[in-house]
Design a protein around this ligand. Structure first.
Ligand SMILES: [Zn+2]
Length: 230
């Protein structure tokens, strides 16, 4: 079981690299086994093209390493805060993908300008509050807590990603592969919004009825998009 999880997390890193969502050693992905509450995550500072599935580090929800010879990603504490707070999340991907990071650095939520965005996010891609000097001693933990605070009253299933102010995107899904897809979608939505606002700087958000229609036909209680019964 752990071998499968480590392999899935390893494959997620290859997918992040193949989709050019990461650069150098930036970014990290993880997946959780909810039956055992164990998380497999990227080792710290290892180049993507030198990484092996056996290098993935397994930690418990408190961050204690239970399997692996390398140190886990320096962002592990952020991932663990999210897994503890979001029980439906099975995988997390953090990138510094170009356009999403530009929005995060500009400290602007990504407005929902059309149906491509509304198919995945039920509104703007949220932005966290900035961290203060008092947060620096436990920086990674506080980053996770800032995300959780932003999702107070908001379902992480309705918003499969977030922009951390001044930093970059975190995205998630039911599995680590789904988290990579969310990270890829978030980057593309960021790119589309950037160019839309270049063409039409005053463009308002998509109308509420169109937003609801597109999001809920894929994700609502009565979702009907795709092949039913699968
Ligand atoms: Zn980062």
């Amino acid at each position: 079981m752990l071998k499968q999880l480590k392999h899935a997390v390893f494959e997620a890193h290859r997918a992040l690299m193949a989709q050019r969502l990461v650069f150098g050693t930036w970014g990290n992905a993880s997946g959780i086994d909810r039956t055992r509450n164990l998380v497999a995550i990227k080792p710290s500072g290892v180049a993507y093209d030198a990484m092996k599935a056996s290098d993935m580090v397994v930690v418990d929800l408190e961050g204690t390493v239970v399997d692996g010879d390398l140190r886990p990603s320096s962002d592990t504490a952020t991932h663990l805060v999210l897994y503890r707070a979001f029980p439906d999340v099975g995988g997390i991907a953090h990138t510094h993908s170009h356009f999403a990071t530009c929005w995060a650095q500009a400290c602007r939520p990504i407005p929902c300008l059309g149906t491509t965005h509304a198919d995945y996010f039920h509104g703007d891609v949220p932005l966290t509050a900035p961290l203060g000097p008092e947060d620096m001693a436990q920086y990674e933990q506080r980053t996770g807590e800032a995300i959780v605070a932003r999702f107070d009253g908001v379902s992480p299933l309705h918003f499969p990603g977030v922009l951390v102010a001044n930093h970059g995107p975190f995205a998630w899904g039911a599995t680590v592969a789904a988290a990579v897809e969310s990270a890829a979608v978030l980057e593309e939505l960021a790119r589309m919004a950037y160019h839309t606002l270049q063409l039409a700087p005053a463009q308002p958000a998509v109308q509420r009825h169109v937003l609801d229609k597109h999001f809920l036909r894929k994700h609502g209680e009565n979702a009907y998009y795709g092949q039913t019964g699968q």
